[in-house]
Ligand binder design. Structure first.
Ligand code: A3D
Length: 308
């Protein structure tokens, strides 16, 4: 199996390393426009292959044609935000990059599944679908798995239990208006409301919404990269192994949740072919209102991309 990683920056580099450690993909392509960067990272990782016990072949390249025949492609190419920037500030810079890459993927890897990581995530996923011309199930954005993971982590800290014991759900657009869904969040099956007051939950949820910003503020030079890479790679594996993994991802909606022609963070099943199903769940009026607000923001971003 062949995986191509478009963008060899912080997330792309970690993705290549995760793929090499995992020994699942026989071919790992790391592509970037910066000369030497993907080659250097691929060579560095390759020097550890004998110790890892991995026969994966890594290739760092500035030739996009190397992605030909990929089964799965993860796109992190673009600019990451800096302190005091919102994800939406990256819209036009990254739209140009995603537009070019989408057109290339359409011709070079027409059978691939694309996982988009570049921000602003939901709008870039929409643009990738338009530019590749792929069926909507074959393009998916990584965000909800990470946002839900952040919710699990902050709750685990508050409660003094392992993050593994907590199942948390965050829906909506990947922005500060994302929607943590309390009634679907539990500690080993027990409702989260048994453990924390509404006020305490509100504080944790505010931190979840700003979690990317919290990392950014600490790093100063760029945004989070370990956890986004782990989540995008997990999604790639769910797809190539046809796992039927129930998770949250940015999926194309065609009427689900009352939304059309938008990519949005919703529960879904990932497996062969990408998004096998979008799952619709019952939500409170408050949650629906919050989701609609979040969707309005994404729709405005998408409107600005119609002529890109
Ligand atoms: P960074 O380390 O800057 O890497 C981006 C790479 O893209 C750089 O090496 C660039 O040279 C490369 N690049 C730019 N243009 C092209 C092109 N046309 N073709 C190929 N490569 C190109 O950023 P990063 O890895 O930290 O983040 C990558 C993206 O992911 C950014 O847009 C972030 O905002 C986004 N991100 C998303 C999340 C989510 O949860 C969705 C989390 C963190 C970062």
């Amino acid at each position: 199996m062949k995986i191509s990683l478009i963008g060899a920056g912080q997330i792309g580099g970690i993705l290549a390393f995760l793929a090499a450690l995992d020994r699942v993909f026989s071919e790992i392509i790391l592509y970037d426009v910066v000369e030497g960067l993907p080659q250097g990272k691929a060579l560095d990782i390759s020097h550890s292959l004998s110790v890892i016990g991995s026969s994966s072949r890594l290739k760092g390249t500035n030739e996009i044609s190397e992605i030909t025949g990929s089964d799965v492609i993860i796109i992190t190419a673009g600019v990451a935000r800096k302190p005091n920037m919102s994800r939406d500030d990256l819209l036009f810079t990254n739209a140009k990059i995603i537009s070019d890459i989408g057109t290339q993927i359409k011709h070079l890897a027409p059978d691939s599944i694309c996982i988009v990581v570049t921000n602003p995530l939901d709008a870039m996923s929409w643009l990738m679908m338009k530019k590749t011309g792929f069926q909507s199930n074959r393009v998916v954005g990584m965000a909800g798995m990470l946002d839900s993971g952040r919710y699990s982590f902050y709750l685990s800290e508050k409660l003094g239990v392992s993050p593994v014991s907590i199942e948390a759900l965050v829906l909506g657009g990947h922005g500060d208006d994302m929607v943590p869904v309390r009634h679907c969040t539990n500690v080993n099956g027990l409702p989260i409301s048994n453990f924390l007051s509404d006020d305490d939950l509100e504080k944790v949820e505010d931190r979840v919404k700003n979690a990317g910003g919290e990392v950014l503020k600490l790093l100063q030079t760029g945004s989070a990269f370990f956890s986004p890479a782990v989540c995008a790679y997990r999604m790639a594996k769910a797809i190539v192994f046809d796992e039927n993994l129930a998770t949250v991802a940015s999926c194309y909606l065609n009427g689900e949740y009352g939304l059309t022609d938008i990519f949005f963070g919703v529960p879904c099943i990932l497996g062969k072919g990408g998004v096998k199903k979008v799952l619709e769940i019952n939500l409170s009026e408050r949650e629906i209102n919050q989701l609609n607000l979040s969707a309005e923001r994404i729709k405005k971003l998408i409107e600005q991309l119609r002529n890109v």
